[in-house]
Design a protein around this ligand. Structure first.
Ligand SMILES: O=C(O)CCC(=O)C(=O)O
Length: 265
């Protein structure tokens, strides 16, 4: 892989709440489509909680035990197609409860990182059914540092800044971000990209779950905050090519990281 250029696909899918079978089938269909015709991809990204959706009242029974099913399926796919995968997030059950967890796979199919959402979203009762993670998530993607956050996490600028200070040049954000807060979604993602001078790759879901509707608008933003690719409101695979050398260019032109005054704030 050329370390500077990355070809990305975002699977902006609908999710069937409470039906992992349907969601695994949908994901497989979209994955096959993403790589069809011999298309060469460097990384594929999915939305948040794609295996179960927000079926929170049944989440203990539905969640993937230690992520085993997800890991088996995606490890085989990534190795077969030699593609990195940032596997959105899944509901994953562990001995002490259910977590909202991202797994990252490299081209050899190895699980190279995991991150469990650290900020639970009380407006959707996450704190009643899920456990919060207690560590940050980052990994090496083709020799470059990448950070991970999930949905509500983007409201916490300190988290993205910490990942950037740790060397992240790109940030992956799986989400199930609902209507009516499209303005917040776009503004917060742009702010995280601009203030940290990093690429932001944010994959949202579409469709309806009970009373809640999801608007898609998955986004790939460059370190200037410019939009490289944006989804509409329907299910789609969104492709983008990014050039990571732009991060150093932008950081060189406006040296935000050198000009910080952390002793004052
Ligand atoms: O912060 C928001 O407005 C949406 C967050 C959310 O839906 C989530 O974290 O699942």
């Amino acid at each position: 892989m050329n370390n500077e250029k990355l070809n990305i696909a975002l699977l902006q899918m609908d999710i069937n709440a409470g039906n992992p079978e349907a969601n695994f089938a949908k994901l497989e269909q979209m994955l096959e489509k993403a790589v069809s015709g011999g298309r060469k991809l460097d990384v594929i990204v999915f939305p948040e909680m794609w295996n179960t959706g927000y079926a929170l009242t049944e989440i203990e029974e539905l969640a993937d035990a230690n992520g085993e099913r997800t890991k088996q399926f995606l490890s085989a796919f990534s190795a077969k197609h030699q593609v990195n995968i940032v596997a959105g997030s899944i509901a994953e059950s562990k001995a002490d409860g259910v977590y909202n967890t991202i797994y990252a796979f490299d081209r050899a199919g190895e699980t190279i990182a995991d991150y469990s959402k650290i900020h639970l979203f009380r407006l959707m009762d996450e704190e009643k059914y899920l456990q919060a993670g207690d560590k940050l998530g980052s990994f090496q993607l083709g020799g470059q540092e990448a950070g991970m956050m999930i949905c509500y996490d983007i409201r916490f600028p300190e988290l993205a800044r910490k990942l950037a200070l740790g060397g992240a040049k790109l940030l992956f954000v799986p989400a199930e971000w609902p209507n009516p807060r499209l303005h917040h979604w776009k503004t917060l993602l742009s702010a995280r990209a601009i203030e940290n001078q990093m690429f932001v790759i944010a994959c949202n879901r579409v469709g309806q779950s009970g009373e809640t509707s999801f608007f898609g608008h998955s986004l790939v933003l460059d370190p200037w905050g410019e939009t490289i690719a944006e989804g509409g409101e329907d299910e789609a695979i969104i492709y983008a090519e990014i050039d990571l050398s732009l991060v150093d260019t932008v950081r060189g032109k406006i040296p935000v990281f050198e000009d910080r005054r952390p002793n004052l704030y």
